[in-house]
Design a protein around this ligand. Sequence first.
Ligand SMILES: Cc1cc2nc3c(=O)[nH]c(=O)nc-3n(C[C@H](O)[C@H](O)[C@H](O)COP(=O)(O)OP(=O)(O)OC[C@H]3O[C@@H](n4cnc5c(N)ncnc54)[C@H](O)[C@@H]3O)c2cc1C
Length: 305
Amino acid sequence: MGALRKRPDGAIPFSVEFNPPRDAAAEARLWRAAREFERMHPAFVSMTYGAGGSTRDRTARVTGQLARETTLLTVAHLTAVGHSVAELRSIMGTYADSGIRNLLVLRGDPPGDPLGEWHQHPEGLAYADELVRMVRELGDFHVGVASFPQGHHRSPDLDHDTRFLCAKLRAGAEYSITQMFFEVDDYLRLRDRVIACDPIEGAKPIIPELMPITSLRTVQRAEELSGRALPPALMRRLERAAGNDPERNRDAVRAVGIEIATELGQRLIDEGAPCLHFITLNFAKATSEVLTNLGYTMSAAPVSA
Ligand SMILES: Cc1cc2nc3c(=O)[nH]c(=O)nc-3n(C[C@H](O)[C@H](O)[C@H](O)COP(=O)(O)OP(=O)(O)OC[C@H]3O[C@@H](n4cnc5c(N)ncnc54)[C@H](O)[C@@H]3O)c2cc1C
């Protein structure tokens, strides 16, 4: 990934994550967000991948369009779950035809129940490091992988987790993007663990993932995505803002959510994070407010990739 350079305004780069739109209205919303982000010059945008049938086709089409029809450097997520090797090759071919050269390579979770038993496709792959190797062998792709500040939910302990993250980096991944988290110390400990595991490979960028909370409803989404309950101190701040009438006080809740994401972002910048990656749920406003609070100049000229 050649895009992780400081911006002309001196800030570290930022990037954003989109989700595949489910219908035409959601697709229109995604495009509005994409056009707004285009003006803010993210280092890259990434598009998550769902294994479900019709969403899969829409994902491939929209991801290709983002790459072809915008100035955004597009990273397509690619998951092994439910696919044969031949299907994975074909998806990669579709992305390559759209000019996509950046993939976030993942094992994926069982569709329907992310915590359910994982079954390898009979002609597929078992772990993400195998897919990293395959992608690197097959084409001229830059590859990122997932990392988990508090350990992956299937890892028996943090040593196991770190060992297999290092295996993905050794297989050819150039960076990782973390699962979303709310405790910066967990991110710092992950960084230390990976360096201790492999001083060369472990020095590759670990991009922290954040999500601005904009309502009490998004707390639930944040907890699903981070795999953890929100730390009690943060939950108390949101609840205080919500008071007895969360609906009436929704602006106050949103303001606290933006404040929390700003604090996390600032601490990560101070600790030397290489980039801030935002889960956007296909909206630009909250992320742009956090970036403005952090001193980003949105009109800064594009950073060359
Ligand atoms: C930034 C980010 C983006 C994501 N995007 C998507 C998405 O778009 N679509 C989607 O479906 N999911 C996505 N996920 C979720 C991800 O697919 C799941 O968390 C999945 O369970 C793990 O994927 P992985 O690539 O880390 O798997 P792996 O690296 O294969 O690890 C899975 C588990 O197996 C262990 N392990 C790895 N290799 C071995 C081995 N050789 N032997 C024994 N154990 C091993 C690991 O320690 C870990 O516990 C994303 C996650 C993150 C953090």
